[in-house]
Design a protein around this ligand. Structure first.
Ligand code: IMP
Ligand code: MG
Length: 174
């Protein structure tokens, strides 16, 4: 049987997203920022966050995949590229969760090849205790401990992305 244990409520998430949006608006005032959403996990976070940003915004998407067994190999691949030309632009990469850090590290290096003026990172969740590679994150929503979370864009086997809260999937019995 499956059970979902609540980790973050809809209200807690929405409050945090508004705070992050205000912070980003201040930091990027008088600038144009390209929000680059890492699909699929960050799509709901991006949709809510962008509506709290008052700076001039454009939006693009990138998709990555990583091959992992029980342990992360760090082998990350880009499966959907940027559409916009970000040369000379300020990029803010929007992530759902940073776990080992390999996805973020690879994506940052990849984006840097496009010659942007700056790159910063905003992640909703930071599973810091699992980090295997050092990465700098500029905006963090919540730190989570070592457990598999779902909802608000995050999936387990493509399920649960539509939930408006974040929970831990508990598998009981079987
Ligand atoms: P990393 O490369 O190990 O940092 O993994 C980052 C990616 O793994 C995220 O973008 C998610 O797609 C996925 N991921 C890591 N932890 C979780 C989790 O607890 N729930 C859902 N997806 C996760
Ligand atoms: Mg996933």
């Amino acid at each position: 049987m499956e059970k979902i244990e609540r980790v973050l409520t809809k209200e807690e998430i929405q409050q945090k997203v508004a705070e992050l949006g205000a912070l980003i608006s201040t930091d990027y005032r008088d600038k144009e920022v390209v929000l680059v959403c890492n699909l699929k996990g960050a799509f709901i976070f991006l949709a809510d966050l962008c509506r709290h940003i008052t700076a001039r915004v454009s939006i693009d998407f990138i998709a990555t995949t990583s091959y992992k067994g029980t342990k992360s190999t760090g082998a990350v691949r880009i499966i959907k590229d940027l559409k916009l030309d970000v040369k000379g632009k300020h990029i803010l990469l929007i992530e759902d969760i940073v776990d080992t850090g390999y996805t973020l590290d690879y994506t940052m290096k990849y984006l840097a090849l496009h010659g942007p003026e700056s790159i910063r990172v905003c992640t909703l969740l930071d599973k810091r205790c699992k980090r295997e590679i050092d990465v700098d994150i500029d905006y963090i929503g919540f730190e989570v401990r070592d457990r598999f979370v779902i909802g608000y864009g995050l999936d387990y086997d493509e399920r649960f992305r539509e939930l408006d809260y974040i929970g831990e999937l508990i598998q009981e019995g079987n």
